[in-house]
Design a protein around this ligand. Structure first.
Ligand SMILES: Cc1cc2nc3c(=O)[nH]c(=O)nc-3n(C[C@H](O)[C@H](O)[C@H](O)COP(=O)(O)OP(=O)(O)OC[C@H]3O[C@@H](n4cnc5c(N)ncnc54)[C@H](O)[C@@H]3O)c2cc1C
Length: 506
């Protein structure tokens, strides 16, 4: 990777790029992928790790957003439902999988009717493509979600959404961008911009290796919660157009197998959910206006206590015991500026073009990232903008159909695990066993992740730190295996460099 990164940095300093995309979350990486596949010369950089900010701190749902029916965002919900279906069927079927949900509503007949009406509108906006929502008995609801408090609630309905692995979806998109010709680098922060509309602009990027200058014809600012900081580099003292809202998630260790996720709506409009993820439960979320440094956002002990407390409305106390908490994390929603409570602010994305021509884009949903990226490309200066711009359903790396019999060196749950994360690219992972004896060994007893994933992360997925591997390339972090001895072992491989690339022996 060392040599590879040095080559990338050299490449960034060479010639003039059509588009420099700043921010490698899900939006920036999709902008880079689409621009590169349309023939533009593209650079994509991130100050930290790809998918390391909001795009790795979501609820991991690919969904229409039942809640947004309450704020009247029917168009957004319809678009998100269509996107959910395309992502799950064509773009990334290995990473976006259908997930049944139990909608649990307390409050007697009135709530039952509201629930029925909401689910009917939701199904209609989806064109009645998913299995139709249906009310179930408390016994069936408890079979699907064992710790559900069925006694206190009046109605339970089952409907369908999809779940994903958010940071791996971002990584697959960065990989697609790189394979389409984009020059991509993480741990490279844009620190200065010299924008010249219609002429060649310059951006100074600061990394561990020092500062480099990239020359480009256009810039897309896809820095999510850092959007205003970048807008300030373009025009000091520009009026902010966004505000931030913090949301946290708590990862819990269940005793029993959950067959569905669960969602509830509280009287004040709050939305809580608990979603099975690998063999853990992701409990979310909170909503709190945030004015600090985006880099400092964290799930504080009082946030965790609050969320566990609120979850006692729908989960039994045994499920919410402190010993079950694996870890907690926080992310920031980018919302339009305004007076109303952040809970009720629009979840549509925001777009602005500054005096230097920089396209700033943020907000919206992980689910709708393809459309957000397309909108950003539509705002590029006409001298750069590709002639025909349309959504591409092209599969991301890993999304081709797979035949399990092609992967005979591994079977059972280990193979399932790799297929869930890498899909049709699983063969590359298995290839590491030809050069490294431990490639198919588990990194930690109790977690299905294999050493081959670490090698792949370093060789081909831009991992530079143990945290990149633990939280964003493997499932170790989510499962609670962020332990000093694991970090040490992974750091040792990072320092030594992973074995030869999988292509060389395939
Ligand atoms: C709590 C929570 C739960 C959510 N759950 C869901 C969900 O279940 N489903 C869903 O569809 N959506 C969900 N969302 C929304 C979704 O996560 C976001 O819309 C999406 O991740 C935003 O992606 P992004 O690329 O715009 O921003 P980010 O992922 O934040 O990416 C911005 C990137 O810019 C980089 N950057 C910043 N400054 C610089 C600089 N100077 N130079 C270079 N790079 C820089 C950062 O390092 C970062 O990686 C959730 C959001 C939150 C907060």
């Amino acid at each position: 990777m060392g040599g590879h990164r040095a080559h990338t940095l050299e490449e960034l300093g060479r010639g003039v790029f059509d588009v420099l995309v700043i921010g490698g979350g899900i939006v920036g990486s999709r902008v880079a992928f689409d621009a590169a596949r349309l023939g533009l010369r593209v650079a994509l950089v991130d100050a930290g790790d790809f998918g390391g900010a909001t795009s790795g701190a979501s609820a991991r749902l690919v969904h229409g957003g039942l809640r947004y029916l309450g704020t009247g965002e029917f168009r957004l919900v319809g678009t998100a439902l269509r996107e959910r279906d395309v992502l799950a069927s064509r773009v990334a079927p290995h990473l976006v999988k259908p997930r049944p949900f139990v909608l649990s509503a307390a409050g007697g007949r009135r709530q039952h009717s509201r629930c029925a009406a909401g689910l009917l509108v939701y199904a209609a906006l989806d064109g009645f493509r998913s299995p139709l929502p249906r009310f179930v008995t408390p016994e069936e609801a408890a079979l699907l979600v064992p710790p559900l408090r069925v006694g206190d609630t009046a109605s339970h309905a089952v409907y369908h959404e999809a779940r994903t692995n958010d940071s791996r979806l971002a990584l697959a998109t960065v990989t697609a961008a790189a394979r389409s010709g984009a020059v991509v680098a993480n741990y490279l922060r844009a620190v200065d911009l010299d924008l010249a509309p219609g002429k060649i602009s310059r951006a100074s990027l600061l990394g561990r290796e020092g500062e480099i200058t990239v020359r480009c014809r256009s810039v897309v600012n896809a820095t999510g919660p850092w959007l205003e900081l970048l807008r300030n580099l373009e025009e000091s003292a520009c009026e902010p157009v966004t505000r931030l809202s913090k949301g946290i998630h708590v990862v819990l260790r269940p005793d029993e197998q959950w067959r569905a996720a669960v969602a509830v709506f509280l009287d004040d409009g709050q939305h809580l959910y608990a979603v099975p993820c690998e063999d853990r439960i992701l409990l979310g979320t909170t909503e709190q206006e945030y004015n600090g440094d985006p880099a400092g956002v964290a799930a504080e002990p009082e946030d965790v206590s609050y969320l566990l407390d609120m979850a006692s409305h729908f989960l039994r106390p045994e499920m919410l015991r402190r010993e079950r908490v694996v870890y907690a994390f926080a992310g920031l929603r980018v919302l339009p500026r305004g007076q109303q409570a952040t809970l009720h602010a629009s979840r549509d994305h925001l777009m602005s073009v500054g005096p230097g021509g920089m396209v700033s884009v943020a907000g919206g949903k992980l689910t709708t990232h393809r459309r957000i990226a397309l909108d950003a490309l539509r705002h590029l200066p006409h001298t750069v903008r590709p002639r025909s711009l349309s959504l591409s359903d092209a599969p991301l790396p890993g999304a081709s159909p797979v035949r399990e019999r092609d992967f005979h060196s591994l079977e059972g749950s280990a193979l399932d695990h790799l297929l869930r994360l890498y899909g049709s690219e699983t063969g590359k992972l298995l290839g590491y066993s030809k050069v490294n004896d431990n490639a198919l060994d588990r990194i930690a007893p109790g977690a299905p992740d294999l050493w081959a994933q670490v090698y792949q992360a370093i060789r081909e997925e831009w991992a530079l730190t143990a945290e990149d591997v633990i939280y964003r390339r493997t499932t170790l972090g989510l499962r609670g295996f962020d332990k000093p001895e694991i970090r040490q072992k992974i750091s040792a491989v990072l320092e030594a460099g992973a074995p030869t690339t999988s292509q060389q022996f395939s």
